[in-house]
Write a protein that binds this ligand. Sequence first.
Ligand code: MG
Length: 378
Amino acid sequence: MLRWVLPATSTVSLEALPALRFTALLLCLCCSSGCDPGSTNDAEPVATNASNTTGGTSMGTTSAASVGSTSGGGGNDGATPVERHGQLTVSLGRLSDANGEPVTLRGQGFGWDNWWPQYYNADVVGWLRADWCVDLVRPAMGIEPDGAYLANPAASKARIQAVVEAAIAEGIYVIIDWHAHDLHESEATAFFSEMAAAYGDYPNVLYEVFNEPEDDETWPQVKAYAESVIAAIRQHDPDNIVIVGSPEWDQRVDLVAADPITSDMNVVYSLHFYAGTHGGWLRDRASSVLEAGIPLIVSESSGSEASGMGANNYTEWQAWFDLMEANHVSWINYSVSDKAGETISVLEPGAPSNGGWDTTQLTETGEYIRGVFQSHCD
Ligand code: MG
């Protein structure tokens, strides 16, 4: 989600991030898919200009022999998700487990680390696993905003690594998300090379190399960038899954299907939806791509409009769940944040930074999605 609006009630310290004081009101590029109110109908929009934006191991113990289930979800046998599914791969056009069986992972995404740093800790990861029963988390490392990775890489990297290492300790999967909206190839290549060297031996880790290209990056550009980052990753890690976005906020998976990456087998393509904006036209596109044998993962989604605001459309949201579950499309709900009045924030303003949230500390969206995760927790 391209959402450069400062969180209204985040506890991010402006003293710690002084540059924010000067730029807070300038950051509203907003508008992922969504800031355009014209894109809220269900017709497939034409996105040709900016004013019409469419929307847009247990470390080391995951042998194939330990993989006994393909259902995803929690631990009915007491095993962690990584113990059950092991090293992920792509098989027959789907994200698959160590046995080559399709797997559906269900997870929760964090809000931008530069705006919600307080939730980037092991307590929150442990709570999301223990209470919400997630298989997967996605720390979102902000790249371009003031105070984010390009300005302060050490602080950003430390936050992401805290979540990655907590996920490894919990035996769940984790997507390292380069939460950018523009191309920064040299910086991304260096970062992912370092991450692959540190974590490439852990089956827990997936790499998402470009959160959401906008409508000013072409698929050939994104593809070339991804191939470069993948090459850097593969110098250290031969096999962990790499997630690649597509133009128009990860919606042009049709362009991907016409010209997929062929230099690496373990690539999965991200598709993002916000059910209040993105309806049947985008599901039809996803279905066509899946039928063509292109593996998809929904690495961001929620029930609201693409702006993150507005009422949840539970009917459309359920239709998305039905599509994802029927096709073994793993998915992430977005996001762990506490912005007042924001529909997609799963936390009420000021919710504790160490998890342990009761229902009064969850938003309507938070309560709903927790229930969805728990319904899969067999
Ligand atoms: Mg590996």
